[in-house]
Design a protein around this ligand. Structure first.
Ligand code: 5GP
Length: 193
């Protein structure tokens, strides 16, 4: 997605060896126009796939996922990272190690929102080592859902996530693919969409 790549070049900042900071348009402050375009690109790809739900993980996945869901006219579910008192239903859970926070959390989705009739697209802001995506896939498989794919806004292709997701047989569709960082600059490779 050319406009996304241009925006990363313009506003993204490389932190250390392997982190890309995009807090001015995606992970903290949000650019709704760009998000709408992201929603449309994924929706165009999956409009005839018979999707019934979009699933993501809080917090930064929520924004692109909501725009994709809105374009497709289907609900979006975000996995929660902490249990709260209102979550009284049966929960489906998975343990996920966070690449940026360096802690493991148990992510959870209420069982009532997923069924064997669901065909799901997973959406997330970043794909690094794939732990968030694999945790979501594990929950979706437990619920008996069909997983149509994993849609990613920014994939860091030099990390292991894509290969690990593809090993499960589920395809990955990334709007921007980062090959690496070179002296503080982001080097891209050809994206999927
Ligand atoms: P994974 O589970 O694939 O290792 O990491 C994915 C999650 O970690 C994403 O949901 C995202 O929140 C966070 N993440 C991973 N790499 C980056 C990065 O380079 N920049 C930012 N802002 N978040 C990242």
């Amino acid at each position: 997605m050319e406009s996304l790549v241009a925006r990363i070049k313009q506003d993204g900042t490389v932190l250390g060896e392997d982190i890309l900071k995009v807090d001015s348009f995606l992970t903290h402050q949000v650019d709704p126009k760009l998000m709408r375009e992201i929603g449309r690109v994924f929706a165009e790809k999956f409009k005839t796939a018979g999707l019934t739900k979009i699933v993501t993980i809080e917090a930064s996945g929520n924004v692109p996922a909501a725009y994709v869901a809105e374009e497709l006219g289907i609900p979006m579910i975000f996995a929660k990272k902490a249990k709260n008192v209102t979550m009284t239903d049966d929960l489906l859970t998975a343990d996920v190690y966070s690449f940026t926070k360096k802690v493991t959390s148990t992510i959870q989705i209420s069982q009532k929102f997923l069924s064997e009739q669901d065909k799901v697209l997973v959406i997330d802001d970043f794909l690094a080592n794939g732990q968030a995506a694999l945790g979501l896939i594990s929950i979706l498989k437990t619920a008996g859902c069909e997983v149509a794919g994993v849609g990613i806004v920014i994939e860091k292709s030099f990390q292991t996530g894509r290969a690990l997701v593809e090993e499960t047989g589920i395809p990955v569709f990334s709007l921007a693919r980062v090959a690496g960082f070179d002296q503080g600059q982001v080097v891209f490779r050809e994206a999927d969409l």
